[in-house]
Design a protein around this ligand. Structure first.
Ligand code: GLU
Length: 506
């Protein structure tokens, strides 16, 4: 690694909500910075005003906060390299574009959108569908390379609309080393004369990105693979300015679960899993579900994301963000697209739920239940149910009978297990329950076993009936624990009530 301090940035465009691929890019930047005692910066790239989406910037910043991906410099945080929103830096880009023109690395182009559309249409009619403004075609278009100096001056003074285009050199191999992909070589004959500065007085992404990465002293550009085709132009721009090029690392794509194509924003709701970190409601009223609102812990989401394209080289899978920051390297990021796995994502959430203390879960439950229940009771609810749950919400739905009397009885268990003599059997068992002098799980268990012996019945013939009457369910955690938790009085009453309700079944 070079001696330059590590400074990396996540540079989203506020053109919509942040896809989980974007969160992964932010995460890898964050981890890389932490690992290398560097600085993680957030920069908002909003120079394309036609694609601006109301609320997207707030969404992005809020989502990153929820994930625990905190920047050292950025909008709302500050830093010595601000402002961190490109539209607020608007004034500084033009001189850079003009510097390139003065050095013959770029030129003014006066062609109107309409004229270019015509040229494109003509080319298409002649069998060239991919017409480009490039080293060849530029010589027959309206720009400062073809017009006289006086004419260019007159047009500029006249306030004619223009853009500034990159003067792509002819037939040069642009080479750069990508940390993930190795050497990349692209011949400039395959590149067009990209617009660097637009007629609306704003820089394009390419110019603003390069200028800001330079001014913000970015050491490594870590971004999605979709930007790889832009990298040769960026390398040439650094060169044109005479600036050092940062190191590049282009991250692999996130693929659909079947590996068939890029994971897109529509896949989530179609295939039944979130694609966005938090809920997003588009201006058109389309709602996309987020991980946060689906009940995922941010720690589980981040842990899952870290593994989409990277691995630690060991079998360990559970890492806190701090632990990830200790071991993360770009060298362990793969080139191949990373397949999203919805089941694995749930597995991560389940692990994090299990590893959350019962006390902490009780706090969350308490909040969800508007502090209606005693904390100690909720600690027990968490203890009894968490092995069977993926989300906190599951504890409440699966374990509803711990807090309320069951209203319904599991149909399958009733039809399979409830026999003509079940009512008498359970009524006898209820008499035993009533007579117990304490109600610890072990006391109930001992009583239950002696009851089985007295009746000469196996556990499978009796326990499901007991469970059915107390919980309404066919399965669940230890019945002795459940009964003890509910308490003797409530248990006995539930048995009476259940027997009454199931009368008609015998
Ligand atoms: N603004 C670009 C984006 O929206 C950033 C690309 C880069 O990191 O250079 O992804």
């Amino acid at each position: 690694m070079s001696d330059k301090p590590v400074r990396v940035r996540f540079a989203p465009s506020p053109t919509g909500p942040l896809h989980m691929g974007g969160v992964r890019t932010a995460l890898y930047n964050y981890l890389f910075a932490k690992k290398n005692n560097g600085t993680f910066i957030i920069r908002i790239e909003d120079t394309d005003q036609t694609r601006f989406v109301e609320g997207a910037q707030e969404y992005i910043l809020d989502a990153l906060k929820w994930c625990g991906i905190h920047a050292t410099e950025g909008p709302g945080i500050g830093g010595n390299y601000g402002p961190y929103i490109q539209s607020e830096r608007k004034e500084l880009y033009k001189p850079f574009a003009e510097e390139l023109v003065a050095n013959d690395k770029a030129y003014y182009a006066f062609d109107t959108a309409e004229e270019l559309d015509n040229v494109r249409a003509q080319a298409k009619a002649m069998g060239m569908p991919n017409w480009q403004y490039n080293t060849v075609t530029r010589m027959s278009l309206k720009n400062s390379l073809t017009l006289s100096a006086d004419e260019v001056k007159r047009r500029l003074e006249n306030g004619d609309q223009y853009v500034i285009r990159m003067k792509m050199p002819r037939n040069i191999d642009v080479r750069f080393e990508d940390i993930i992909r190795g050497w990349v070589v692209v011949n400039t004959n395959n590149l067009d004369d990209k617009v660097l500065f637009k007629s609306d007085g704003m820089p394009t992404y390419h110019l603003a990105n390069i200028v800001d990465d330079h001014l913000m002293e970015i050491s490594h550009v870590i971004r999605g693979e979709e930007w790889l085709p832009s990298a040769p132009l960026h390398v040439l721009l650094y060169d044109a300015f005479g600036w050092d090029c940062p190191k590049f690392a282009h991250l692999p794509l996130l693929l659909r679960p079947d590996g068939n194509g890029k994971l897109s924003k529509r896949d989530g709701d179609r295939l039944g899993f979130p694609v966005f970190p938090t809920d997003w409601l588009s201006a058109e009223g389309e709602k996309y579900t987020g991980y946060r609102e689906s009940g995922y812990f941010p720690e589980a989401f981040v842990n899952m994301l870290a593994f989409l394209g990277w691995n630690p080289g060991t079998t360990q899978e559970l890492f806190s963000i701090e632990e990830l920051a200790e071991i993360f390297t770009l060298e362990r990021v793969g080139k191949a697209g990373a397949k999203f796995d919805a089941d694995k994502t749930k597995w991560f959430q389940q692990q994090y739920l299990r590893n959350t203390s019962n006390e902490d879960l009780a706090d969350i439950l308490s909040q969800k239940l508007n502090n209606k229940y005693d904390k100690d009771a909720l600690v027990d609810v968490a203890r009894l149910m968490k092995e069977r749950a993926t989300f906190v919400e599951d504890i409440l739905t699966e374990g509803d009978y711990l807090l309320h009397r069951p209203e319904n009885f599991d149909e399958q268990t009733v039809s399979k297990k409830w026999k003509s003599d079940s009512a008498t059997l359970m009524s006898d068992w209820n008499d035993r329950l009533k007579s117990l002098t304490d109600f610890y799980p072990s006391t109930i268990e001992v009583a239950f076993k002696s009851f089985l012996e007295a009746k000469q019945l196996g556990i499978g013939a009796v326990l499901p009936l007991f469970r059915l009457l107390i919980t309404g369910a066919g399965m669940g955690p230890s019945m002795f624990e459940i009964a003890s938790f509910i308490g003797q009085e409530e248990c006995v009453e539930r048995m009476y009530e259940g027997l009454e309700k199931l009368k008609s079944h015998s």
